[in-house]
Design a protein around this ligand. Structure first.
Ligand code: SF4
Length: 431
């Protein structure tokens, strides 16, 4: 097979696989669109509403992925673009204003409204930025209106969160007094993980820490030149760019998955703020030990097992580092939709040398490589999981790793269990 390879820094002896060639593929892809992020973002930001401006397909995707809330008012909906809009027979701006006005009248609990673009809104070149500015002026100060794109044109599903957080960065503006927090953690984390991280930061002596997104729209951190930020998720390219444009500085670190990743993530923050080694150890030793104990039984089941990652969530590289170093699994191929070198170098440095890395997808070629490798476990999107199961492979849905709280010491055991469960189920079925 003649495959196009590119090398990052050929000839240099770099740690792990940070200098290793990456197989670049630009063919047919199997991924969800960025609207999927609404599923976890609407739960995280408790006074926000996500109004997708899209088609019936977009409405079906969101309703089936997020479920229909029976007892609570939903905090997402779709303004359907119909044939009259597509044919240019209706003034879509007037229609959108009417939908938003009715929504905000009926729902005084909404403080932050996102207009979320889709494939249809992009195809008809609907200017949602202008619409959000117009509607923000109209409904300010009660409601802020922002926009971002969740379209499936050239995206993967976690880019929806990236676009949403990037839209939040310039809002609110930095006050003249310069009260930006000194450390911002960017990336939607479940509340339980956020609380655990806040306690550890406090034990490190770091009290001035804010999370992006905050749980309520009024708590979004202002960003300024004194701000340093840690990424909690590896798919936040645009958010990081927006933070840097506001003068914030990135603290490079592996991602907080597993005992090792979590320790390295906190250590990077501790070093950036001059926390002593003894304070660091007393804040993290117990958590590290709990994580190691919780993963140990799963390591026994998974050590030596071969795993193949299809590109889907952009979490693949940190997950591969975790399963290889903490669970003893053997990496066959690690695919990722995009490989952001700068953000992922600390991860790549920890990966075993010689790991096959691929970026992008040509799905048929990749399926052939997967079949040839005969891995024990395949991590992939929903669209590939069922056909691969039918061929006899054990699979893990990568989207489950985004929905489940997996970051931090106290989730390390749950994270390991997510990889062990498909193999365990298969063993039981065979008995
Ligand atoms: S945004 Fe595009 S890919 Fe996503 S559901 Fe709507 S039409 Fe489909």
């Amino acid at each position: 097979m003649n495959l196009p390879f590119r090398s990052a820094d050929q000839g240099q002896a770099l740690p792990g696989c940070s200098g290793q060639p990456v197989l670049k593929q630009r063919g047919q892809r199997e991924v969800f669109c960025g609207l999927t992020g609404i599923v976890w973002l609407h739960r995280k930001i408790q006074d926000a509403f996500f109004l997708v401006v899209g088609s019936r397909t977009c409405a079906h995707l969101i309703q089936s992925a997020a479920g229909v809330m029976i007892f609570a008012e939903p905090r997402f909906a779709t303004a359907i673009i119909d044939e009259r809009d597509l044919a240019g027979l209706a003034d879509i701006d007037v229609e959108l204003d009417g939908v938003v006005n009715r929504l905000l009248e009926r729902r005084p609990d909404i403080k932050l409204l996102f207009l979320v673009g889709s494939c249809p809104s992009e195809v008809i070149k609907l200017d949602l930025k202008r619409a959000s500015e117009r509607l923000s002026k109209l409904h300010s100060p009660r409601v802020r209106v922002l926009n971002y794109s969740g379209s499936g044109i050239e995206t993967t599903f976690t880019q929806g969160e990236d676009a949403c957080l990037a839209a939040l960065v310039p809002d609110p503006p930095l006050p003249a007094s310069g009260t930006a927090p000194s450390l911002v953690v960017a990336g939607a984390l479940s509340d339980v993980v956020e609380d655990q991280f806040t306690r550890i930061f406090r034990d490190l002596g770091l009290d001035d820490v804010a999370f992006l997104p905050a749980r309520r729209s009024s708590g979004m951190p202002a960003i300024g030149p004194g701000t340093r930020f840690l990424l909690a998720q590896p798919f936040l390219t645009e958010t990081a760019r927006a933070l840097e444009e506001r003068g914030a500085t990135h603290i490079a670190a592996p991602f907080p998955l597993g005992a090792e990743g979590t320790t390295a993530w906190f250590k990077a923050a501790a070093d950036a703020f001059g926390v002593s080694d003894s304070t660091f150890r007393s804040a993290t030793d117990a958590g590290r030990m709990r994580a190691a104990m919780a993963t140990a039984p799963h390591r026994e089941a998974l050590v030596g097992k071969r795993i193949f990652f299809f590109p889907d969530s952009q979490l693949e590289i940190p997950l591969a580092r975790f399963v290889s170093r903490e669970l003893g699994m053997e990496l066959t191929e690690v695919g990722t939709p995009y490989l952001h070198r700068q953000h992922l170098t600390p991860e790549l440095e920890l990966m075993p040398q010689g790991t096959v890395l691929s970026e992008g997808q040509d799905v048929e070629l990749q399926l052939d490589r997967c079949r040839a490798e005969k891995p024990d476990l395949v991590v992939c999107g929903l669209g590939l999981a069922n056909p691969l199961e039918a061929e006899g492979f054990a699979t893990k849905w990568s989207i489950e790793l985004v929905f489940t709280p997996i970051q931090g010491y106290d989730q390390a055991g749950d994270l390991a269990r997510l990889f062990a469960r498909p193999l365990d189920r298969r063993t039981r079925l065979e008995v």
